[in-house]
Design a binder for this molecule. Structure first.
Ligand SMILES: *Cc1c(COP(=O)(O)O)cnc(C)c1O
Length: 386
């Protein structure tokens, strides 16, 4: 059973597989009678930490909460600046603003690599910079060696926005474990979909402790600990949040985590089909082509860069007519009203030039070869008639 086929798409942008293993896990959890954060959340944290090779994992309510808590834990607050690429989901900038700090936007490298440009990251750093927020765009690891070098030289924290990148790796190390803290999202269209959910990983025990306090009101014990008789009271040591994950979603997460590598491999194969059929044809660019094997993508998104001057709306309309769903990841954050004035502070020539040319094609593990062919044919047809 698939969810999106019911909405009438021939090829939806993403799709969720629903089967008995998943529904059984949910029913079993509901029947257990313990729904708020408990043993399944702990198990998911343990399994995810092991998957990433990270000493600590802290489950949270969603990916945005993971970014908010990570930035707070590394000390971001009023008067600080955080550097991030503008070509990102707005949650990253919102999370920075909610710590009291200010986003400073940097540029991306170009059509072949839509990740942050380390030279522009370095140029964006000021004496007020507290942290670098590094996105692995579309699941392709950004230049984390260069990012870490800048951070080391300037004494900055590095938070990875690994929402696209569970299972991606850089020189053999998992994305999310390359800076101080790594943040993941388990939203419905991500590689590890739960509905709503997130995870924070870190190698630093003090940060992990801080993150756990921030997640649950700053309280020193959990309801689950008290239920088991492991604690009878609690203290509150900071003004935290309720950003907890619940047991039902953790149960779904455990099933999805067991399928993640298989899902990533299936996505890699389909991304390869797109690349073979499209790259270089009619001025189309499939970014992230010349990987040297040291950067392994999780293939979250199949993004193409349309020829210069192409009318993206018309291309999208042509695909839509064939019931093929597309999207844009993303309108740059500085193009939105709230962030426009911040975006005027630094030139972002690559981001601005590419913003109107990027197009996201359907990508999920169970996309059939026929569906891929249909997307390719529709896209090439649309681009040729421009
Ligand atoms: C999905 C996503 C988020 C937000 O995650 P939610 O779980 O939806 O809160 C943040 N950053 C990026 C890059 C994302 O793709």
């Amino acid at each position: 059973m698939t969810a999106s086929s019911e909405l009438g798409w021939h090829v939806p942008l993403s799709d969720i597989r629903v089967d008995d293993e998943l529904t059984d896990a949910v029913v079993e959890t509901v029947r257990s009678g313990w729904w708020s954060m408990g043993p399944r959340v702990e198990e998911l944290e343990g399994e995810f930490a092991a998957f990433c090779g990270a000493p600590h994992a802290v489950a949270v309510a969603n990916g945005t909460a993971s970014l908010h808590l990570a930035l707070l834990a590394v000390g971001c607050g009023p008067g600080d600046e955080v550097v991030l690429p503008s070509l990102n989901f707005v949650a990253a900038a919102n999370a920075i603003v909610h710590t009291g700090a200010e986003p400073v936007f940097c540029d991306v490298i170009g059509a072949d690599e839509l990740n942050l440009d380390p030279h522009d990251v370095a140029a964006a750093v000021t004496p007020r910079t507290k942290a670098l927020l590094a996105l692995h765009y579309a699941g392709f690891p950004c230049a984390m060696d260069a990012v870490n070098e800048i951070a080391d030289q300037r004494g900055l924290a590095v938070v990875e926005d690994a929402a696209h990148a569970p299972g991606a790796s850089f020189h053999g190390r998992m994305c999310g474990t390359l800076g101080q803290i790594g943040c993941f999202s388990f939203f419905s269209n991500k590689n590890l979909p739960i509905g709503e959910g997130g995870m924070i990983v870190t190698g630093d025990e003090e940060l992990a402790k801080q993150l756990r306090l921030l997640r649950s009101h700053g309280m020193t014990t959990l309801t689950w600990d008290r239920h088991r008789g492991h604690a009878s009271g609690y203290d509150v040591v900071l003004a935290g949040f309720n950003y907890r994950l619940d047991e039902v979603r953790a149960a779904v997460g455990l099933v999805q985590l067991s399928r993640l590598l298989e899902e990533n491999e299936a996505r890699a194969r389909i991304a390869g089909l797109y690349r073979e059929a499209l790259d270089g044809v009619d001025g189309l660019t499939m970014p992230f082509g010349d990987g040297d094997g040291t950067r392994v993508s999780s293939h979250h998104l199949a993004v193409v860069v349309l020829p210069e001057g192409a009318d993206r709306d018309r291309v999208r309309a042509a695909l839509n007519e064939r019931r093929i769903q597309t999207s844009v990841h993303y309108p740059p954050i500085h193009s939105f009203t709230r962030y426009r004035s911040l975006g005027e502070r630094r030139p972002l020539p690559q981001t601005n030039a590419l913003a109107t040319r990027i197009l996201t094609l359907p990508l999920y593990g169970r996309l059939s070869d026929q569906q891929v062919e249909d997307v390719v044919e529709a896209l090439l047809g649309a681009v040729q008639t421009l």
